[in-house]
Ligand binder design. Structure first.
Ligand SMILES: Nc1ncnc2c1ncn2[C@@H]1O[C@H](COP(=O)(O)OP(=O)(O)OP(=O)(O)O)[C@@H](O)[C@H]1O
Ligand SMILES: [Mg+2]
Length: 287
């Protein structure tokens, strides 16, 4: 038993000292849960980060949009962010029949800073003179959904779009057993020549069948699912009739040719461009 000396005052006013059984220290409940300080600090940091994420993405209007999609039966829960950036985030969601990917564009103007002028022009036309930032973001989300639909129809390997509402797009989850497929940039390709052939086939279909050029192609915007490329992030795609379309495909061909050459595939920008549809450019429609 531990004891402590306590000082008190008697009825006559004299100072008295007494021995008392020391009370046992009451443990801090938080201390019990998170025994070390480092763990506590780390936990608070994570919590803050989580809260920041929720605040930034799920503003009131976005929450309502997500709620509406849940009511439609598109998915039941949003599980975790697969990727977050300044312009938006992609989340894994659970639906009755499996997983879905939910892309949420942040309502703000950051997205427009990185867009090429031809897209800005299109957006302005789309939303009209009265269009505000939110309307432009909604038009952008709609555009991604439309392009995905066109590409699926042309048999290009892209996620199937399921629904969109305001700044939220619901699409097929590209992954295995609940784990998202990695971007090409982050994987070691088993058979680079095979992926090269497959990728150029996808791009060829995009040009020849859908009359579209991706416009922002890079190893970050190609996911690798069971050694096969899946194209994502297609909102910037433009018609092959656009005066800059060929130039864009050429730019992507140059980057990808370099990428594949590093992996030992014998190719050149010209070869990649031609295989990707450059040599079968759709005839211009007379207007
Ligand atoms: N359908 C999907 N299934 C699984 N993961 C996906 C899907 N779509 C996107 N992702 C993941 O989210 C990341 C970002 O997606 P995307 O490129 O479409 O968005 P973004 O806003 O353009 O982001 P970034 O600016 O990073 O390119 C991808 O690299 C990929 O890891
Ligand atoms: Mg991207």
């Amino acid at each position: 038993m531990s004891v402590a000396v306590v000082r008190g005052t008697s009825q006559t006013g004299r100072t008295v000292l007494a021995l008392r059984r020391a009370s046992l220290p009451v443990p801090d409940p938080e201390e019990l849960l998170y025994p070390t300080r480092t763990e506590r600090v780390e936990d608070r940091r994570k919590e803050r980060q989580q809260r920041k994420l929720v605040d930034e993405f799920f503003d009131h209007a976005t929450l309502l949009a997500v709620g509406r999609l849940i009511n439609q039966g598109q998915f039941q829960t949003i599980d975790y962010p697969i990727s977050t950036g300044k312009e938006g985030g992609v989340f894994r969601a659970t639906a009755a029949g499996g997983y879905r990917a939910v892309k949420i564009y942040r309502i703000g103007n950051t997205i427009f800073r990185h867009l090429p002028p031809y897209i800005i022009e299109w957006l302005r036309r789309e939303v009209g003179a009265m269009g505000n930032t939110s309307r432009m973001i909604f038009a952008w989300t709609r555009r991604e959904h439309t392009v995905l639909t066109q590409l699926r129809a042309a048999d290009v390997r892209v996620p199937q779009p399921f629904a969109r509402f305001r700044n939220v797009l619901v699409m097929e989850f590209i992954g295995v057993e609940g784990l998202p497929a990695p971007p090409m940039q982050e994987v070691v390709l088993q058979d680079p020549a095979e992926v090269y052939a497959d990728l150029t086939t996808q791009l060829n279909r995009m040009v020849v069948r859908a009359h579209l050029v991706h416009g922002d192609l890079s190893p970050y915007n190609v996911l690798v699912l069971e050694d096969r490329p899946v194209l994502i992030d297609v909102a910037q795609a433009i018609s092959t009739e656009h005066p800059q379309a060929k130039e864009l495909l050429q730019r992507d061909a140059t980057n990808f040719a370099r990428y594949f050459r590093r992996l030992g595939v014998e190719t050149s920008p010209k070869e990649f461009f031609e295989a990707a549809g450059g040599s079968q450019w759709p005839a211009e429609v007379a207007s």
